[in-house]
Design a binder for this molecule. Structure first.
Ligand code: COA
Length: 145
């Protein structure tokens, strides 16, 4: 698998990959919103391709203080082949080069089994925090589209 920077030409393919891997596609995943996140983080959104097909993807973002990992996905037909680790290693190297101090990611409790995957990559569960969210634009936010 060859890792590349995501480009908007792969938008439809990446959305299909997210849907196939059970990643919730919400109002932050429309073409305009994905273009916006890409514009703010042009080098941190990665895809993995083989024979021209997108098999893996991950969105990295950096807010100037912390780095975040969103929507990590590997095509179900290609899981447990090391591709998830490969694309995460590449993203972490990019964050390392940006001198980011700490990264966060969020796992839905219904998807707890991926904790073991992240543990193997050196991530640790935080049990000293409670995550809270707020929706400032109720007319914009939709969990699933
Ligand atoms: C999570 C995910 C990206 C892992 O990708 P992958 O390509 O299968 O992972 P890898 O093959 O690189 O696995 C690396 C290691 O983690 C282990 N691993 C992978 N998935 C695992 C799982 N669900 N449970 C336990 N261990 C797992 C592998 O066995 C491997 O272990 P090893 O180094 O001892 O051999 C993939 O399962 C996926 O796309 N899941 C659906 C989407 C999702 O839940 N994304 C995360 C959102 S937070």
């Amino acid at each position: 698998m060859k890792i590349e920077k995501f480009k908007m030409q792969y938008y439809d393919e990446i959305v299909e990959l997210w849907r196939r891997t059970g990643i919730g596609v919400g109002s932050s995943d429309t073409k305009d919103e994905v273009a916006a996140v890409l514009a703010r983080n042009p080098n941190l959104f990665l895809i993995g391709k083989e024979d021209g097909k997108v098999l893996a993807g991950v969105i990295g973002t950096f807010d100037g203080r912390r780095g975040y990992v969103h929507h990590l996905a590997v095509d179900p037909d290609y899981q447990k082949m090391g591709y998830g680790k490969m694309i995460m290693d590449e993203l972490i190297e990019l964050f390392r080069n940006l001198k980011v101090h700490k990264l966060h990611l969020f796992i839905e409790k219904t998807n707890r089994n991926v904790v073991e995957f992240y543990n193997k990559l050196g991530w640790e569960i935080r049990d000293d925090l409670v995550m809270m969210s707020y929706v400032p634009n109720k007319e914009l936010y939709k969990r699933n589209i």
